[in-house]
Design a binder for this molecule. Structure first.
Ligand code: UD1
Ligand code: CA
Length: 495
């Protein structure tokens, strides 16, 4: 039943064709599961279909059917999955789809291809509205393409009306010159489709039941067929190989970038900025060249991201800056700074005004408000309180070869440069650690921990070694392995 009390003549079923192998992709992954802008091709098509609020959505599958079915959004209202049999062709696919609708269904049937991802809901709604106004048996969406190669061509009669569609493989030299192509998107009156489908044969170059033949059959019966030419031919581009996949992604990305720009985001270089469909970005944030924002990434307001940054499923707060960084499943707090050259692995949570600096890797680590890991560190499985500072090259030794252990660092802690924190270990609030320390025992709050032997200077050492072969800078002359030259010079001399 339709909206606004309009009954069956307004009801709609959408059929999505996704059974084909996609041979030209040359892929182990079924074609419709390849992604552009972070969503599978069929995911894009289903998103568009849902916007029309159809009563039924029939997806026809066959090749790698389990993988395709698993990727379908099960929450799609009215979803029906239909398995295509061994009879090949888009005509057969639609025949089986139609048979899966409730027996009395006599509304409109919109047919979409699982490999045409750029067609938007507005274009589809316009096609449907045109079809309903004209009361045609079928309405085609066509496009004028500079390169029509591979597409079915629209053959119009002397009166300018559509006569039939001829597939590329079956077209004569003259027909191949036709620039108007079939987009593979149609609306049919269910009854007309039901009458035409059983009459489609497979006597053609590909030995398949072509859905496109339904048009010629309806016209021969004297039924009216309408055609709408797409305003934007790029929207109807079908994806058959990986060249077309990349072209489609560039077009979609340009649309996404433009939408963010119009919503108040500064994007310096649209050509090198890649933003996936589900990403959100707050007003007055700035995206610098070479940035990829992926998955469920969200960026707050007035943040600066990039250059050369990839964020996947990452949350960035207002006023944060993230430069030359790779982050996945991380949370970056308000006004925090990250990079340049930082690697944030899953479970990294950086508090407000915190810092993860240059050549720093973090994983499964919470860094409290205002705490800093500024230089050359690995921090994993760690919790850091507020206002602490880790010295350059502080490393958590979280893995003993079998198990991972946690490090706990309190608030207002200062670790030294080149510290190894051997987990499990806990450093209390306000503690300080000396340079070069290897921390194997807990450090109580407020304590100073040192673990490096006191330094000894051997006076006049250089003068005594002057003239020795190779000099003191030679590794052989320096000392036997394991002994520093200055450590026990007198003993070494006497031996
Ligand atoms: C089809 C059209 C062509 C049109 C083009 C637009 C036919 C015969 N030709 O050609 O006129 O210009 O789309 O992109 O329809 N599929 C099935 N079952 C099958 C075969 C295909 O479900 O047995 C599905 C595919 O998975 C795909 C869609 O139908 O999603 C189109 O099939 P494809 O083989 O790509 O058709 P084209 O040769 O591109
Ligand atoms: Ca195709």
């Amino acid at each position: 039943m339709g909206k606004n009390g309009r009954m069956t003549q307004q009801s709609l079923a959408v059929v999505v064709l996704a059974a084909g192998q996609g041979t030209r992709m040359r892929s182990a992954t079924p074609k419709v599961l390849h992604q552009i802008s972070g969503r599978t091709l069929i995911g894009h098509v289903l998103t568009t279909a849902r916007e029309l609020e159809p009563q039924h959505v029939v997806v026809v599958v066959r090749h790698e059917r389990d993988a395709v079915v698993a990727a379908l959004d099960e929450s799609t209202p009215g979803l029906i999955v239909v398995d295509q049999d061994e009879i090949p062709g888009t005509g057969r696919a639609v025949e089986l789809a139609l048979a899966a609708l409730p027996p009395g269904f006599d509304g409109d049937v919109a047919i979409l291809s699982g490999d045409v991802p750029l067609l938007g809901p507005a274009e589809l709604a316009a096609l449907l509205a045109g079809h309903r106004t004209s009361h045609a048996a079928a309405t085609l969406l066509t496009a004028a393409l500079a390169d029509a190669s591979g597409y079915g061509r629209i053959v119009r009669g002397a009166n300018g009306l559509v006569d039939r569609i001829v597939e590329h493989a079956d077209a004569s030299a003259e027909e191949l010159l036709i620039g108007e192509v079939n987009s593979g998107t149609y609306v049919f009156a269910a009854a007309a489709l039901r009458a035409a489908l059983p009459r489609i044969g497979a006597q053609n170059a590909q030995g398949e039941k072509y859905l496109t033949d339904a048009i010629g059959i309806l016209r021969a019966d004297g039924s009216p067929v309408a055609a709408t030419i797409a305003d934007d031919p790029a929207s109807v581009a079908g994806i058959n190989d990986r060249v077309q996949l990349a072209e489609a992604e560039r077009i979609l990305n340009a649309r996404i970038v433009r939408d963010h720009q119009r919503a108040g985001v500064t994007i310096r270089d649209p050509q090198t900025t890649w933003i996936e469909v589900d990403v959100t970005i707050g007003q007055d944030s700035e995206i610098l060249p070479g940035t990829r924002l992926r998955g469920a990434t969200t960026i707050g307001q007035n943040a600066i991201i990039g250059p050369d940054t990839t964020l996947t499923d990452t949350e960035v707060g207002d006023l944060a800056t993230v430069a030359r960084t790779d982050a996945t499943l991380a949370v970056i707090g308000t006004a925090a700074t990250v990079g340049p050259f930082a690697y944030l692995r899953p479970g990294t949570v950086l508090g407000a005004a915190g810092k993860i600096g240059t050549f720093v890797e973090t994983k499964n680590t919470t860094i409290g408000k205002g705490s800093k890991v500024p230089h050359l560190s690995y921090v994993g499985d760690t919790e850091i309180g507020e206002g602490s500072n880790l010295g350059a090259s502080t490393i958590t030794a979280n893995y003993d070869g079998v198990n991972k252990h946690r490090t706990k660092i309190g608030s207002h802690v200062h670790t030294g440069v080149h510290n190894s924190l051997v987990a499990p270990v806990e450093i209390g609030d306000d503690a300080t650690i000396g340079a070069g320390a290897v921390v194997r025992k807990d450090v109580p709050p407020g304590a100073l921990a040192v673990s490096v032997a006191p330094q000894r200077n051997v006076d006049g050492w250089a003068a005594r070694h002057a003239g020795e072969s190779g000099g003191v800078s030679s590794p052989e002359a320096a000392a036997p392995a394991g002994a520093a030259p200055a450590a026990d010079d007198a003993v070494a001399d006497g031996a």
